[in-house]
Every structure is written in C-alpha cells, then in structure tokens.
Design a protein around this ligand. Sequence first.
Ligand code: FES
Length: 112
Amino acid sequence: MDDCNPMPFITFIQPDGSEQVVDADSGASLMAYATRDGVAGIEAECGGQMSCGTCHVHIHPDWQAEVGQAQGFERNMLDWRDNFDEAASRLSCQIILTDAMEGMKVSVPNAD
Ligand code: FES
C-alpha cells in the first residue's frame, strides 16, 4: 500500500441548487480544478493572475474559517463583483487546496 495523498473533493453549487462534485489534489488552486472540470460560472479569464474576478465563489460557512477571508488586493477585486459577500466571497484562483478542505462546498454566484 503506498502512501498517496488523499483526494480532496469539492462540491460546487450553482444558483439553481444543482451540484457538481470535483476531485482535486491538495497543493493546487480551487480555480484550476473548476476550470478543468468545466464548472459553470467559473470563467477564470485571466488564468489565475487575480485581474479578472471571474473565478468568484462563495465559501460555505462550515469552511470559512479554514479558507479564510479575502485580504488586500483580492478583497479590493471582490468589492466590485455582483453578489459580494464579506464573509463568503473569495477568488477561487487564490485558494490553494489542502487536505483539510476535503468535502468543502462552495457556491457559484450568479454570473455578473
Ligand atoms: Fe482571474 Fe481568479 S482567475 S481573478
């Protein structure tokens, strides 16, 4: 038996309540797996350069402490997004997954 890393899975919830479960490894961004699996509403137009804001997600309350709130330039970027939520909004390109995030749920805000 090898000691391979556990495979965190993330559930993306669309505005209509539909869910998409995405397998992911720790150490890469949440945005990378969302775009790999074609999660609707995650455009990520800048490819993770924190200049577009089109990778906006809302972190479920159960994982907000683990993920943390947006700070600095990320926070400024989110300020002008529709559906900004002080506690929940993050740019998914700025969230590096950890094993502790396994099972995390994130919502995709309405397109803006
Ligand atoms: Fe552009 Fe995250 S991918 S800000």
